[in-house]
Design a protein around this ligand. Structure first.
Ligand code: ADP
Ligand code: MG
Length: 366
């Protein structure tokens, strides 16, 4: 078991990278602490598999170091790094039985046979593979094969870490939920560092205590699901996390705050002072639909907006409204009446975020 430190790590698949866009992993420093349950979340192509393969040793990074418990492992093979990795598609031996497939990593590590049997039985129990334990793997369903593949990753409790690369992609949705719970259970039982790659925020937040959100080869935020929700560090996190994502509005500086489409949004003195010192014109405000306030009538700080449509989602409603040229969303409790046509909306200061060059500007006092 190990703490995994990625130090000044970067990777380009090109031999002669010339610009940042040539990098699948942009320079990063990151630590996965021993025993954590982590998710690596991001859209397709953002570099998740590349990063995982660098940690396991399947891929040598073009720059920087991978340290396990402060020892450089760049030169070590995947086997010597003692990492278990589960891939998107099953990696199993078709001609072997399920039992022998599960036993393989243990026998390979010269674990005595009685312990092999005990461990295989334990994992088969968790993954509900007992009914097929003595069947040949080639006759299994796709779901069962992937469960065996996961089981092979889970049998050894002496590994440095277990890495999962979108392991539930081929699994039936109902079973997905169950397997995720089981992974969490296994994590709690054995205290092994686990990194779980996914592009699905729900999967990430049900499995992980902390989520690394990846975008364009960078980890743009590493935080608890709540931190990602309440304080997105980057506009991408705001947009990607949440359903629907954060409202993001391009704004310009104006006296006492920022403005868009003729609407003025006042900012605190601290934010205004900071803005005056920043050269960039790439400014956005962000507010989550959950925090947009809809009033029953006009108030001092409410804007007049046009309601476009409402989606009733049972326990709540999502109201789409237009403010100036912007289409924005607000979440309302199911028992509240949605205004017809005209609505009065405001953005509570506490939840209004300012983004400069896509990154959050945080007030010190907050
Ligand atoms: P993810 O797992 O998040 O979908 P990947 O790590 O697979 O992302 O890919 C990151 C980027 O690196 C993508 O732009 C992809 O096209 C590129 N890439 C991945 N593997 C290779 C490879 N073997 N050779 C060249 N480019 C690659
Ligand atoms: Mg991938």
């Amino acid at each position: 078991m190990a703490e995994i430190h990625l130090k000044s790590l970067a990777h380009s698949y090109s031999d002669k990278p010339t610009s940042p866009s040539d990098y699948a992993i942009r320079e990063m420093d990151h630590v996965w602490h021993q025993g954590g349950a982590y998710a690596l979340l991001g859209p397709s192509g953002c570099g998740k598999s590349t990063l995982l393969n660098i940690i396991s040793g399947l891929l040598a990074p073009s720059e920087g170091e991978v340290l396990f418990d402060n020892v450089r492992v760049n030169e070590l093979s995947p086997k010597d790094r003692n990492i278990a990795q589960v891939f998107q598609f099953p990696v199993i031996y078709d001609s072997m039985t399920v039992f022998d497939n599960l036993a393989f990593p243990l026998r390979n590590a010269k674990v005595p046979e009685p312990k092999v049997r005990a461990k295989v039985n334990e994992v088969a129990e968790i993954l509900e593979l007992h009914p097929v334990l003595h069947n040949k793997a080639k006759n299994l369903t796709a779901d069962e094969k992937q469960k065996v593949s996961m089981g092979r990753g889970l049998v050894r409790d002496d590994v440095s870490a277990i890495l999962f690369d979108e392991p539930l992609t081929v699994i039936d949705p109902h079973l997905k939920w169950k397997l995720r719970r089981k992974l969490k259970q296994i994590h709690e039982q054995f205290n092994i560092t686990m990194v779980y790659v996914t592009h699905d925020q729900l999967e990430a937040s049900t499995f992980a205590d902390k989520i690394a959100v990846m975008y364009g080869g960078q980890i743009v935020q590493f935080g608890t699901p709540r931190e990602l929700f309440e304080s997105p560090n980057h506009t991408f996190v705001g947009f990607f996390i949440g359903s629907p994502g954060m409202n993001l509005i391009e704004v310009r500086r104006c006296e006492g705050g920022v403005s868009f489409d003729g609407f003025k949004v006042p900012l605190s003195d601290e934010l205004n002072e900071h803005l005056a010192l920043v050269p960039s014109d790439n400014l956005k405000i962000g507010i989550r639909p959950e925090f947009v306030h809809i009033w029953d009538g006009p108030t001092d700080d409410a804007f007049e907006a046009q309601v476009q449509h409402t989606e009733d989602l049972g326990t709540y409603k999502i109201v789409t409204f237009e403010l100036g040229g912007q289409t924005l969303k607000a979440r309302m409790d199911e028992d509240r009446e949605v205004p017809n046509g005209r609505a009065y909306v405001s953005f509570p200061q506490q939840w209004l975020k300012l983004y400069i060059d896509e990154f959050l500007f945080e007030e010190q006092a907050r």
